[in-house]
Write a protein that binds this ligand. Structure first.
Ligand code: NOJ
Length: 789
């Protein structure tokens, strides 16, 4: 055999290794693509980003230079195309809108949906207007487009940022495939009052959680590049304070001090701005006497000034005009003047800018620099979306047909839904149900409801398209298990035709028809376990749906009592959009599963948890009270000078109810148990710029695999302003096999320790900090450290 020469051998070895390196690199790249096939990461140097920005600004300027004043003002006008979804009817008819579109005096449309309608509306502008500046099409895509995900409050209970981002991404993909470019989401209003109907639309009561989840949603909607045809522009709303309406009434006055505003309300918005959210929406409420839409400090000084954010602000529906009703503007013209001076860029359905801006300019009440700046912000987004390259680039019937409501999207919806479920109570391990269970009674007004699980902001969901609990149970139970079904009672009395819009029709609850209760009792008697689906109709929450009563409407508690009297094994399956008063179900039922309004795959996801195919891992993003009188209720209150003390019930509590929550923020059970130990900090002292690591061991002490949301809370003991008794500053969702222990590490740095101090700036103040880590806001494992000058 011929011997290989050494040089050939070396060449061979070198080539062999080069080959391996190429293989590894290409596989890694391919794996990255697979993880995120539609939004491949783009690595850019800062310099190239600067060049891109300069090019973008030059393009924007070149269009602006061609525009006449009526066309500029037109870019700041947004009309609704369909029926009036979320506000009083437009005062102007379709003909007016059509004429304006033709003249190029409209910048954006909302509520025009489907590729066909969007193409047609865009065509009017492209064929008739002088400059052919494309429209941006917006819609409230809040928790899915046609594939519906859990309501945002429910999804937030997953504390799973990747899943939340994925659900936003799918919502964006379906919307973009249907021609849309812009969603009015996420809502990042911290909301602490269960009476407020829109509590369902956000991430609950906590500032930090709202910021984290808001950013996950923004990234999901927008991806890395708005020009990608699968992404849409997001909108951080409502700027600001909307969640703090007095007495939980929608649109109501907000009394909040400057420090609380900065420390509690604004951080999620700052995080959104830093994450590059394309747009903001201002809000209906006034704050300390100034309507948010006309709030110059918030919009011009903070958002566009201090935060240096370069997107545009859209008003809420008619909120510019509503400054007249607020008693803040004399008339619409005055309202337009206030809004433009305050930095509100686009007028949604007030017809104030189109009517008044030109005159206001002539009268020097607004400046051309203000108008140009607003127009540039709008044009910039149109360029970023690629609409100037091709105004119809999102109008592809084939994509609309094939990329909406796909089995893959439904699969993700089921995953998100099961991760959003919170197990609140599980006495004697009633759950999960045994696979060999003989019989199950599925009872309740929501048990076979295919509509309420779709939630309130259901975009293009088909009426009655959700999988009901009954369907989910039937699909999951063993063939030898007998399933009885009885509705028992109706929750509501229909006031509109099935499928008709419910927005303006108040719900009527059934308080008299008990005719089905007896049959329900009979079914309960025969079964090993009862799954009782009660809670709220989808239209009990959402915009304009505040309630003073957060209990169970109609005859639901009566049904629970009747069923429980004959069969104590009741699992209450809750479907709702707000924290409810669960005192009676807690007294009566050994198991309670919080299932929110879970979306298209609701029943399958609930069955996954009921039958133990998925071990519940959700944690409450809001406190559930003992009764409505405790509202607004939240875990991170101030201590007061007379802190609550069970021995002194007169101190900062109630005489007739506990002060704390029935189910606290961050709480949720699992089919396994977790033990926390070994809480340590890497340092006991840091300076005001310093940072430290916090570690804790978490062990799965049960016998099934489980996921746990490990939560870190701090307390800054003494401050230049009083500080909350606990503040969430970190969380991680981990998975543990039975018996497995993991060490979880958190970083506490300046960003996490600072607050908006008496000096009106963000600072870390010296002094002692306590730390708690655990599975809820009532975590008791504690340590501390000190910050020195
Ligand atoms: C009013 C709501 O407050 C807002 O959130 C929504 O995006 C707009 N209407 C548009 O529908």
């Amino acid at each position: 055999m011929r011997r290989l020469s050494p040089s050939f051998f070396y060449k061979f070895v070198i080539l062999f290794f080069i080959g391996i390196i190429i293989l590894v690199v290409s596989n890694t790249l391919r794996a990255q693509e697979k993880q995120n096939p539609d939004q491949q990461l783009q690595y850019k140097s800062d310099h190239s980003a600067d060049i891109e920005n300069t090019i973008l600004n030059e393009k924007v300027d070149s269009v602006l230079a061609l525009m006449k004043i009526n066309e500029k003002i037109g870019q700041l006008v947004q009309y609704s195309g369909g029926w009036d979804v979320t506000g009083p009817s437009s005062s102007k008819g379709d003909q007016h809108k059509l004429d304006k579109l033709k003249k190029g005096e409209v910048g954006s449309m909302l509520n025009v949906t489907s590729v066909a309608s969007i193409r047609e509306t865009q065509r009017i502008v492209m064929e008739h207007s002088r400059l052919k500046i494309p429209l941006i099409f917006a819609y409230d895509v809040i928790h899915g487009y046609k594939t519906i995900f859990p309501i945002p409050l429910g999804e937030s209970a997953s504390w799973d940022l990747d899943m939340i981002g994925q659900s936003a991404y799918i919502a964006a993909k379906e919307s973009a495939a249907s021609g849309l470019n812009w969603t009015f989401a996420p809502m990042i209003d911290v909301s602490r009052d269960a009476r407020w109907g829109r509590v369902m639309e956000g991430a609950g009561e906590d500032t930090f959680l709202n910021a984290e989840i808001g950013v996950a949603r923004i990234k999901g909607f927008q991806g890395n590049n708005l020009a990608n045809v699968n992404t849409i522009a997001a909108c951080a709303k409502h700027f600001a304070g909307y969640g703090f309406g007095e007495a939980g009434r929608d649109y109501n006055t907000v009394h909040i001090g400057e420090y609380e505003l900065h420390n509690t309300i604004l951080p999620p918005f700052k995080a959104a701005a830093d994450a590059g959210v394309a747009t903001f929406m201002n809000s209906f409420n006034d704050i300390d006497g100034i309507p948010a839409t006309g709030h110059k400090v918030l919009q011009r000084d903070v958002l566009k000034g201090k935060w240096n954010w370069d997107g545009f602000i859209v008003s809420d529906w008619g909120s510019i005009g509503e400054m007249v009703a607020h008693g803040y503007a004399l008339d619409k013209e005055h309202a337009a003047e206030i809004a433009m001076n305050a930095g509100s860029d686009m007028d949604m359905e007030s017809y104030a800018y189109e009517a008044a801006l030109e005159t206001l300019l002539d009268e020097n009440k607004v400046t051309i620099a203000q108008i140009d700046d607003a127009v540039k912000r709008v044009l910039k987004l149109k360029f970023e979306l690629g609409l100037f390259d091709d105004p119809y680039r999102y109008c592809d019937e084939e994509r609309e047909r094939t990329q909406v409501y796909t089995p893959e999207h439904l699969y993700v919806s089921r995953n998100v839904a099961k991760k959003s479920i919170v197990l609140l109570k599980n006495e004697n391990e009633l759950l999960p149900l045994s696979k060999t269970i003989n019989s199950i009674a599925v009872i309740g007004p929501l048990a076979d409801d295919k509509n309420s699980p779709l939630g309130n902001w259901r975009a293009k969901a088909e009426y009655n398209s959700a999988i009901s609990l009954l369907e989910g149970v039937k699909a999951s139970a063993d063939k030898n298990t007998t399933i009885y079904y009885e509705k028992g009672i109706d929750l509501t009395i229909p006031t509109v035709e099935p499928g008709q819009n419910q927005f303006l029709h108040p719900l009527q609850f059934n308080t008299t028809d008990r005719s089905g209760i007896e049959k329900a009792v009979k079914a309960a008697k025969k079964a090993d376990v009862v799954l009782l689906a009660i809670g709220e109709d989808a239209y009990q929450t959402g915009e304009g749906r505040s309630q003073t009563d957060i209990g169970f409407k109609g005859l639901q508690i009566e049904l629970l009592e009747a069923v429980q009297a004959v069969n104590p094994n009741v699992v209450v399956v809750l479907m709702n959009g707000r924290p409810m008063d669960l005192s009676r179900p807690t007294e009566l039922a050994p198991a309670i599963l919080e299932c929110w309004h879970l979306g298209s795959q609701s029943g399958y996801a609930i069955a996954d948890v009921l039958f133990g195919r998925y071990n519940p891992s959700g944690k409450l993003p809001v406190s559930f009270p003992h009764n409505v009188g405790q509202e607004p209720l939240y875990y991170n209150q101030k201590n007061t000078g007379r802190p609550y003390n069970p021995k002194h019930v007169t101190f900062s509590g109630y005489r007739d109810a506990p002060k704390t929550a029935l189910y606290p923020f961050g709480f949720g059970l699992s089919y396994t148990t977790f033990e926390y130990s070994n809480l340590k900090t890497s340092k006991t002292e840091i300076n005001t710029d310093g940072s430290l690591l916090v570690t804790v061991d978490v062990k799965n002490t049960g016998d099934v695999m489980g996921e746990e949301v490990v939560q870190l809370y701090i307390r800054d003991l003494v401050g230049s302003l009083t500080r909350p008794i606990k503040e969430l500053k970190g969380f991680q969702k981990i998975q543990l096999e039975p018996g497995e222990t993991k060490t979880v590490t958190f970083l506490l740095d300046k960003e996490r320790l600072q607050f908006y101090t008496i000096n009106k700036t963000w600072e870390v103040e010296p002094g002692q900090f306590n730390i708690w880590v655990g599975g809820s806001s009532e975590a008791s494992l504690k340590t501390s450290f000190t910050v020195v000058e």
